[in-house]
Ligand binder design. Structure first.
Ligand code: NDP
Length: 493
């Protein structure tokens, strides 16, 4: 079994405790690698290294912004060159389809190219200040040490959304990946030195959130916490960060509505609803876990949906032909099955799946059949709580107002989909939906160029796009007297 080390100050180290934990392959259910179990000692050492790398006279702080950007872009090149390897590690560790992870790894470099390109375009402004004899300008400066805490579902992509802008802006990083998907982070860690990052600019500590989450988030030398994960953990992280008046970006969960109107192209909408909930085995924050279907097309739509979903090929996620892979973690597998039982008890009608997958091609993996419920009422738990698995709730609606009301009646606000051929609806619905992303006649599209983040309980801040770099900068206002002749010192100038 592979036995990994952790990365602090450019050194590959064993955990001080001498403890490792096993990480399992969700397709086989078997352990395949050993991950260091870090504690407070490693967190303190990693933050100290990141702080030293951020020192004003450090190589990282004294290099030009163009040189910094070139290193960030080089990291993109190295990830592209190692994409096959990194994708296969992700698939082995988190069970997501190799086809999807290879696609993500092929795309991830774009974040490093885009933000690397922005590094030397971070500019302050000269303010035409209203005080005679004063020259006033602003500087955009990095924050310092960023704690990047990431989940297991798209490990390297969601880390990249933090690392690329944070590094381009000149910060340093302590990265804590999920305990369920640390291997790809440690493999990627091998590329930082080759890209040219000075030691300590990026540090990786692995282990359990319950052990090292708090020491990391509350560490006085951490300036900001950039977190992706569930909303309950996000709430705890926000509370801990508040004690230190730290900045946060929180990318949390969702219960997104995929709304199909009676004028939609039905075949496209069926594919859109399938992609919203069964791609990535439903383990995406943007899962369209509620399909809102206009009453007049409900029955026909459900029929077509069942026909297509029942054909989904399950099995070995490393095979390019597989469409639905296993659930990533044992606890998540149990949670998905529990929600299916809750939905049944609440009176939702299970029209497809609803059980663990007992197909030979699923072997001993943690598979749940693609599951579709009809007769779901907006008040049911299955319509309100994030399942994070291949479980779809179908809710009928009468008209546009009712669709908007049901869609918005959630604590979350991450994403929404609208399927319509009406130009009016295509323009009016996005304005009415409380979500950080709205897709019209498409679903599950993201780009390094477009801001991503949540309304309401789905989060704070935005990742990707021009907005994102500002999340890792702070503005300083500089005042210079250019005429001398100091005025009355007892009166504000
Ligand atoms: P968790 O919230 O369980 O974990 C996220 C990260 O936080 C992990 O690294 C975890 O470590 C860590 N963590 C756990 N406890 C603490 C703590 N007390 N202090 C600090 N860090 C802690 O989420 P999952 O990993 O289960 O990911 C799934 C969730 O992520 C879903 O709710 C999903 O919606 C959300 N998500 C949101 C996205 C978005 O962009 N909005 C994108 C993708 C996912 P450990 O694993 O060791 O417990």
């Amino acid at each position: 079994m592979e036995k990994y080390k952790l990365l602090i100050n450019g050194q590959w180290l064993e955990p001080q405790s001498g403890e490792w934990f096993e990480t399992e392959n969700p397709f086989t259910g078997q352990p395949w690698a050993m991950i260091p179990r870090c504690g407070k000692a490693e967190v303190d050492a990693a933050v100290a290294a990141a702080k030293a790398a951020f020192h004003q006279k450090s190589p990282w702080r004294t290099m030009t912004a163009s040189a910094r950007g070139a290193i960030v872009r080089k990291l993109g090149d190295l990830i592209a060159a190692n994409a096959d390897h990194l994708a296969s590690i992700e698939t082995r560790d988190n069970g997501k389809l190799y086809a999807e992870m290879r696609g993500q790894l092929g795309y991830i470099p774009q974040w490093y190219y885009y933000f690397g390109g922005l590094a030397d375009k971070i500019e302050g402004r000269v303010i035409p200040i209203d005080k005679p004899g004063i020259f006033n300008y602003t500087r955009e400066e990095p924050l310092g040490v960023i704690a990047a805490i990431t989940p297991w579902n798209s490990p390297l992509m969601l880390a990249t959304w933090k690392l690329a802008p944070a590094l381009a802006a000149g910060n340093t990083i302590v990265w804590k990946p999920s305990e369920f998907s640390s291997a790809s982070a440690l493999e990627m860690g091998r590329l930082f030195e080759e890209a040219g990052f000075p030691p300590g600019v990026v540090n990786i500590v692995t282990g359990f959130g319950s052990d090292i989450g708090e020491p990391l988030v509350t560490h006085p030398d951490v300036a900001k916490v950039a977190f992706t994960g569930g909303d309950k953990t996000g709430e705890a992280v926000y509370g801990m960060a508040a004690r230190g008046i730290k900045k946060v970006t929180l990318e949390l969960g969702g219960k997104s509505a995929n709304i199909v109107f009676d004028d939609a192209s039905m075949d496209d909408a069926v594919k859109g609803v399938i992609s919203g909930i069964f791609a990535a085995t439903g383990q995406t924050c943007i899962a369209g876990s509620r399909a809102l279907i206009h009453k007049s097309i409900h029955d026909k739509f459900v029929e077509k949906l069942l026909a297509m979903a029942s054909q989904a090929r399950m099995g070995d996620p490393s095979q390019m032909t597989t469409q639905v892979g296993p659930i990533t973690t044992r606890p998540q597998y149990r949670k998905v099955l529990e929600y299916i039982e809750i939905a049944k008890q609440e009176g939702a009608v299970c029209r497809l799946g609803g059980t663990p997958a007992a197909r030979p091609e699923c072997g001993t993996g943690w598979f749940v059949e693609p599951t579709i419920f009809t007769g779901v009422k907006p008040t049911m738990r299955i319509a309100n709580e994030e399942v994070f698995g291949p479980v779809l709730s179908i809710i009928p609606f009468e008209d546009e107002d009712e669709a908007v009301e049901i869609a918005n009646n959630t604590i979350y606000g991450l994403a929404a989909g609208v399927w319509t051929q009406s130009i009016q609806r295509a323009l009016s619905m996005p304005a009415r939906l409380e979500a950080g992303t709205v897709w019209v006649n498409t679903y599950r599209a993201v780009s390094y160029m477009s801001p991503f983040g949540g309304f309401k309980r789905s989060g704070i801040g935005r990742e990707s796009g021009l907005h994102a770099i500002n999340e890792y900068l702070q503005t300083k206002s500089v005042w210079i007297d250019i005429v001398g002749n100091a005025p009355n010192p007892f009166v504000m100038r």
